[in-house]
Design a protein around this ligand. Sequence first.
Ligand SMILES: [Zn+2]
Length: 116
Amino acid sequence: VEEFVMSDRLGPIEVYCDAPPYPIVRACQEIGFRNPEDVRWLRLRHVVDHHPWWGISPGHPWKLLLGRAKSVEKTCSCGEKLPRLCTGTFTLNTGEELTYRLGQCRRCWTVFWDEA
Ligand SMILES: [Zn+2]
């Protein structure tokens, strides 16, 4: 899944730990993430500092830029390469839309994320 949209399914927003709001975490289960409520979440800005590899092209906000920068090798704390990220827009029941980039380590299941 490279892009996804969640609609009318998310409740109130609460923030916890280094993870996005809980409804987002819960929604990730539905889009195929493994045990998102039980794994570690790491915000990318805490992991990767100002690296253009993780940037979103201003003219093409929906396009993934991952995969272009082959020279960059960032790794998860478990040693696995960072996962590919997908971009998703979550529509809250208030009508507000939140866009996130999300990816899960295939070895330790840590979820990497940030606001798009
Ligand atoms: Zn890992």
